[in-house]
Design a protein around this ligand. Structure first.
Ligand SMILES: [Zn+2]
Length: 278
């Protein structure tokens, strides 16, 4: 455990790049073997805007990374934040508690807020207007959303008192977990259900990408499913009933065009419709 943390404390940026590209490649291959939706779509063409937004996410995060490092060093030096106020505990427990708190304060809460605050929803909308959710959708975030999420991560570091090793471990896990739960893969039903008690499973996250409420506003979890289950935001919907996208932004051509997507947050706010059976 200690050597794992030592590794993440100084993880080189090219190792982080390998995790992103490696994960995408792995899940892309599995999508070819056991797709959830066999409906054909132009996989490479679909990937273009999503890869573009993955690159802008990386670009936004690079120059800001030092601020994250400085903040993490500061909370440790000043024994500030929840983890530093808790009693001494074994290292494994410290890591588990740290990851869970980061998943809640740095991911679940910001994601929930992005769905409830109109201007933030318009920014997050870009992630939801993908009509074919697959592993490349994981990092389809408008550059403004990358900044917003970064700010929340920074706030999380202060509240939780996270050392940089844990921040990097969490972020690396988050990359692979989201590539996994967005992937267009069909796991054996029982395996997916079993997984969904611990982590956000592919079937669980697809519900969040349904084009109508109340499903869009459910299953906010990033890595762990406990927050949705605990806070009553957990919902189920059969895969054959799921329609991807946001019903009030139905233009597939626009939703696949980089320039249009860059402008999307500045359009007029529209609330997704409530599903008849919702
Ligand atoms: Zn969302």
């Amino acid at each position: 455990m200690e050597s794992l943390l030592n590794y993440f404390e100084t993880i080189p940026s090219h190792h982080r790049a390998i995790i992103i590209v490696g994960g995408l490649t792995l899940f892309w291959i599995i999508e070819g073997i056991m797709p959830l939706f066999g409906k054909p779509y132009k996989k490479w063409k679909h990937a273009v805007p999503n890869i573009f937004f993955t690159l802008t996410t990386i670009l936004v995060n690079l120059p800001l990374a030092f601020l994250l490092l400085k903040s993490a060093d500061w909370v440790i030096a000043n024994e500030f934040g929840i983890l530093n106020w808790l009693p001494e505990m074994p290292l494994w427990l410290y890591v588990v508690v740290g990851l869970l708190l980061m998943d809640f304060i740095g991911a679940y809460i910001p994601h929930y807020i992005e769905h409830k605050v109109k201007p933030l929803w318009m920014v997050h909308l870009v992630h939801h207007t993908d009509h074919n959710v697959d592993t490349t959708t994981a990092n389809r975030h408008h550059p403004l959303e990358s900044v917003i999420r970064y700010i929340f991560t920074l706030i999380g570091v202060f509240i939780i008192g996270t050392p940089i090793a844990l921040v990097m471990l969490y972020q690396s896990m988050s990359v692979v977990a989201t590539q996994f739960n967005h992937a267009n893969i069909k796991l054996p039903k029982r395996l997916d259900t079993l997984l969904s008690y611990v982590v956000v499973s592919p079937d669980m996250h697809k519900v969040h990408h349904h084009y109508r409420l109340p499903y869009t506003d459910s299953n906010y979890g990033n890595i762990f499913s406990v927050w949705d289950r605990l806070l009553g935001t957990y919902m189920k919907l059969d895969a054959d009933k799921i329609v991807y996208g946001v019903d009030v932004f139905p233009d597939e051509t626009k939703n696949g065009n980089i320039l249009e997507l860059l402008k999307q947050p500045f359009q007029k706010y529209e609330k997704p419709t409530m599903d008849a059976d919702g």
